[in-house]
Design a protein around this ligand. Structure first.
Ligand SMILES: Cc1ncc(COP(=O)(O)O)c(C=O)c1O
Length: 389
């Protein structure tokens, strides 16, 4: 029988472990097993009504054709205005490009930046896709570890020590997935200074900027605008994961190269979703109230899950942003893959092992789920650890 020989690139790409755990939990649920999933990477509430209405109006108005590769001008202007209003960043609409999710924006960026062997500094624990994307684009991911006892803050001296003549870029993700870390302004300033000194590009992923608690979001581009590509999107802020809208802003030559790459792959992001995102990003009482409400819900859940996991004997630092916690599960099993398997098979709670995040001995739990589900998950895990809450 003929067997398709897959490319080296395809064979070396690791499937996303987060999606794999979510899929396994869904499969168990389909088989009738009652699983509480703490694996999700998306808000559990619905897209706001005014955004849905804008999409419906766009469909009715026939805005259903190809758009410019970089996005409709109205959306790029709304994004430039958002950057000015919320982040103190000054971009023209030409310096903005719209993609199919933040994921595609990052993909385009790494393909536009990296030659074979170019190194990219990635603070760890990291979102699983960064090293995979860098490697897929021909680059070399260089992790720089951060520690829970430092609130996962990035040590600029450790970054400096990891630089080589091949270092091209550094990824910043604050608030971070999976750690929830929010870097202090001093760290961001020091990284920006280093990028200027050493001629590096900063790729900053600010997807979780609005899901932040006792800290202020600061965009690193304010300190080194010429060195920075700022990436953001509608997915997490406006509960729009399925609409697939991400966007980037930065130096014009880089944005043009990203447009050229996108023009030969997906062309434009979905036209209807672009019009929906105009409504989400324009300053309105509805959009502001939605973000405030989400932040309040996530804060309540964060406080409960962190307290609960610590009571169960699973040390868990209090994160300042995003909707994930990293629990130390070495008391269940020193190997986090085994711990995650036991938590799923015996407690029927889906969590993501830290392995692919470079977080040994820990698992990631998402609290983008109801308080009732959080209580249920804690009760189930409590039976495993024998502590109970
Ligand atoms: C840190 C981070 N960046 C980017 C993304 C991609 O988001 P999207 O492609 O939905 O915009 C995610 C999604 O989980 C994420 O956690």
């Amino acid at each position: 029988m003929f067997e398709v020989h897959l490319s080296e690139k395809a064979r070396s790409l690791k499937p996303s472990s987060t999606l794999a755990v979510t899929a396994r939990a869904l499969e168990l649920q389909r088989q009738g097993v009652n699983v509480v999933s703490m694996a999700a990477g998306e808000p559990d509430f619905d897209t706001p009504d005014h955004v849905k209405e804008a999409a419906i109006a766009a469909i009715r108005a026939g805005r259903t054709k190809y758009t410019p590769v970089q996005g409709v001008p109205e959306l790029r202007q709304a994004i430039a205005d958002k950057f000015a209003r919320e982040n103190g960043l000054s971009y023209t609409a030409d310096q903005v490009t719209v993609s199919t999710g933040g994921k595609q924006a990052l993909f385009n960026a790494f393909f536009a930046l990296l030659d074979p062997g170019d190194e990219v500094i990635i603070p760890a624990p990291y979102w699983v896709s960064y090293p995979e994307m860098v490697a897929f684009a021909g680059g070399v991911p260089v992790p720089v570890d951060t520690r829970p006892e430092d609130g996962y803050d990035l040590d600029v001296d450790a970054v400096r020590a990891a630089l080589t003549p091949r270092t091209k870029a550094i990824v910043i993700n604050s608030p971070a997935n999976p750690t929830g870390a929010v870097y202090p302004e001093a760290t961001l300033r020091a990284i920006a200074d280093l990028a200027v000194e050493r001629g590096l590009v900063i790729v900053t992923d600010e997807m979780y900027e609005h899901i932040i608690y006792d800290a202020e979001h600061v965009s690193i581009a304010t300190f080194a605008p010429e060195h920075t590509l700022t990436i953001n999107g509608a997915s997490k802020a406006y509960a729009m994961t399925g609409w697939r809208i991400g966007y980037s802003a930065g130096p014009l030559p880089l944005i043009r190269a990203m447009n050229a790459i996108q023009g030969q792959s997906t062309s434009n992001a979905n036209s209807v979703a672009q019009w929906a995102t105009v409504a989400a990003l324009q300053d309105s009482p509805e959009s502001r109230a939605f973000i405030e409400r989400g932040r309040g819900l996530f804060r309540e859940r964060r406080d409960r899950i962190v307290a609960g996991l610590n009571e169960l004997g699973l040390p868990t630092p209090l994160p300042q942003g995003a909707f994930y916690v990293m629990a130390d599960t070495t008391s269940i099993n020193p190997d986090e893959l085994e711990a995650a398997r036991v938590i799923l098979d015996d407690a029927r709670v889906a969590v993501v092992p830290g392995t692919d995040f470079r977080a040994p001995g820990r698992v990631r739990l998402s609290y983008a789920t109801s308080l009732e589900k959080i209580e249920e998950a804690l009760a189930r895990i409590g039976k495993l650890t024998g502590v109970g809450v």
